[in-house]
Write a protein that binds this ligand. Sequence first.
Ligand SMILES: *[C@@H]1O[C@H](CO)[C@@H](O)[C@H](O)[C@H]1NC(C)=O
Ligand SMILES: *[C@@H]1O[C@H](CO)[C@@H](O)[C@H](O)[C@H]1NC(C)=O
Ligand SMILES: *[C@@H]1O[C@H](CO)[C@@H](O)[C@H](O)[C@H]1NC(C)=O
Ligand SMILES: *[C@@H]1O[C@H](CO)[C@@H](O)[C@H](O)[C@H]1NC(C)=O
Ligand SMILES: *[C@@H]1O[C@H](CO)[C@@H](O)[C@H](O)[C@H]1NC(C)=O
Ligand SMILES: *[C@@H]1O[C@H](CO)[C@@H](O)[C@H](O)[C@H]1NC(C)=O
Length: 298
Amino acid sequence: MGAKRSILIMFCALMLFRHVEASSSSSQKNQSQDSLDSFLYNYALNSIPKPRTGQLYEVSSPANFSGMEVSVLRLRAHSLWKNGANLSSIEIPPMAALPFPFTRRVDLVYQNLGNWSTSYYNVPNYTLVAPVAGLLAYDSDTGPTSTMLVGLDMQGDSLITVVFRSVSLHQYDVTSLQCVRFAADGTLQLSNVTGGGGTCVWRGDGHFSIVAPRNMKKGKASRVKWWMIGIPGVAAVAVLIAGIGIFCWKMCRWRNVRKMERIAERSEGLNSTWIGSSRMPTATGIRTQPNLENSYIP
Ligand SMILES: *[C@@H]1O[C@H](CO)[C@@H](O)[C@H](O)[C@H]1NC(C)=O
Ligand SMILES: *[C@@H]1O[C@H](CO)[C@@H](O)[C@H](O)[C@H]1NC(C)=O
Ligand SMILES: *[C@@H]1O[C@H](CO)[C@@H](O)[C@H](O)[C@H]1NC(C)=O
Ligand SMILES: *[C@@H]1O[C@H](CO)[C@@H](O)[C@H](O)[C@H]1NC(C)=O
Ligand SMILES: *[C@@H]1O[C@H](CO)[C@@H](O)[C@H](O)[C@H]1NC(C)=O
Ligand SMILES: *[C@@H]1O[C@H](CO)[C@@H](O)[C@H](O)[C@H]1NC(C)=O
């Protein structure tokens, strides 16, 4: 009974442990990406009251978002078309992009979400191995009260280049790495990393990063965990069963010995008797008669 119960308790504990492990790895928060974008744009406009056209402004990150980078470049559409634009690690070549829907002037916003990246962006079955960088275009004529996000319409075969310079990718199998683009419409695209370093090229704006596949690693990890739980579990059950076996065997043997002893003792006669579970010797009579000492008194 006791053994059965302890096996049951152990089994339940194992199942509970596995359940807790599984649920802790499957929750991933998704705060609103769009509201972060408009918050950062408004924040940038507020910290640069009168941005000059053609000048790149690096904005210090909002106090409660420390670790992010934001910069803004206001351009005439004509200039964007003729010269292209460079914002930190993102390059728009000349004759490549126009705002769409068309606006006379455009605010290009560069974001680097830094250590906030995974709070806002994730790719199923992949791990982000670079921070999320963003390139967004706003109609600069609408002003800070009603921001309007516009897209970049890419002409011909033109591509936007995103370089993740500060990221060390040596620890990953380079052929397994993928560039990822989170487009403004919520779609997600993957493509090969180009060049030696972490360089990605895309036909459009949005948010960009680099990801490594998570599948194999995760499978291996969970198998290892199974083993880690399995080996001690099996060993414990084996020890328990062996213990029960030895206990039963000893019990049976002890009973047999006791039975045989009793039989033997009964046939021995009156020299011993059982009091409770103990055998006591019993005397049948007085062997030595006491001598009275007072007969020696002189
Ligand atoms: C930072 O503050 C802004 C408002 O000032 C708020 O909208 C935003 O949610 C805050 N972010 C965090 C991470 O607390
Ligand atoms: C952007 O940078 C590239 C080299 O990194 C340079 O060739 C190009 O002229 C720059 N464009 C602008 C508009 O500054
Ligand atoms: C990012 O790092 C900054 C300090 O550099 C910290 O204040 C902030 O809480 C971090 N953000 C997250 C989401 O961990
Ligand atoms: C965030 O949530 C929205 C709607 O809830 C969803 O459409 C979007 O795909 C989510 N994004 C991520 C990165 O989970
Ligand atoms: C992630 O991987 C699992 C198992 O390999 C698969 O069933 C699932 O469809 C994948 N999810 C996506 C979004 O590819
Ligand atoms: C991406 O790279 C893999 C091998 O590294 C190759 O087989 C595949 O054709 C490439 N895809 C594109 C679109 O270039």
